[in-house]
Ligand binder design. Structure first.
Ligand code: PRP
Length: 174
């Protein structure tokens, strides 16, 4: 049985506080408009649930699921969509919600795809900007935490489907 050593990175309290701050900023910026929040499954499910419940106005919710080709840790840059948005995007204010951005390939793929449907606006909200391995620059409008590297788990993030339900975020130590 493989052993994992987990080091606490962001506590439950820190995450809750930061998510509330982000929700306050988003509510203030959208000023009564009701964006369509599109989450990228599966890692985003806990962050998105907490974020939208802290917004000052109701929003519409949809999800996509992306698949990247390659090994678990190294992508070869090809992204495919395995579950598309179901609600109309054209003319809507779109807020993409993502748990973590690493190479930027997933977010760029989804952004370009959604822009083809001519939304009224498109912004991106990520809980964690892991910038050290960025291959494609992607404009991030709302960022919870920023760090260079690390294999993170918890609060929706997994390692081979383990640790998603932990309430805090941990770094898997070598
Ligand atoms: C993770 C994360 C992002 C993506 C970021 O998803 O949730 O969607 O990788 O990587 P990138 O910036 O290099 O494209 P993952 O493929 O692990 O799937 P999951 O959300 O279902 O765990």
């Amino acid at each position: 049985m493989e052993k994992f050593n987990l080091k606490l990175l962001y506590s439950e309290e820190e995450i809750n506080r930061r998510v509330r701050e982000m929700a306050w900023q988003i509510s203030s910026d959208y000023n009564g408009r009701n964006p369509l929040c599109i989450g990228i499954l599966k890692g985003v499910f806990i962050f998105m649930a907490d974020l939208v419940r802290n917004l000052a106005w109701p929003v519409q919710i949809d999800f996509v699921r992306l698949a990247s080709y390659g090994s678990a840790t190294e992508s070869c840059g090809l992204i495919n969509i395995t579950k598309d948005v179901e609600l109309p995007v054209t003319g809507k204010d779109i807020l993409i919600v993502e748990d973590i951005v690493d190479t930027g390939l997933s977010l760029n793929f989804l952004k370009q795809r959604l822009l083809q449907a001519a939304p009224a606006s498109l912004r991106i909200c990520v809980l964690i900007d892991k910038w050290g391995r960025r291959e494609q620059e992607v404009g991030l409008d709302y960022v919870g935490f920023s760090l260079g590297k690390g294999f993170l788990v918890g609060y929706g993030l997994d390692c081979a489907e383990k640790f998603r339900t932990l309430p805090a975020i941990y770094e898997v130590e070598e």
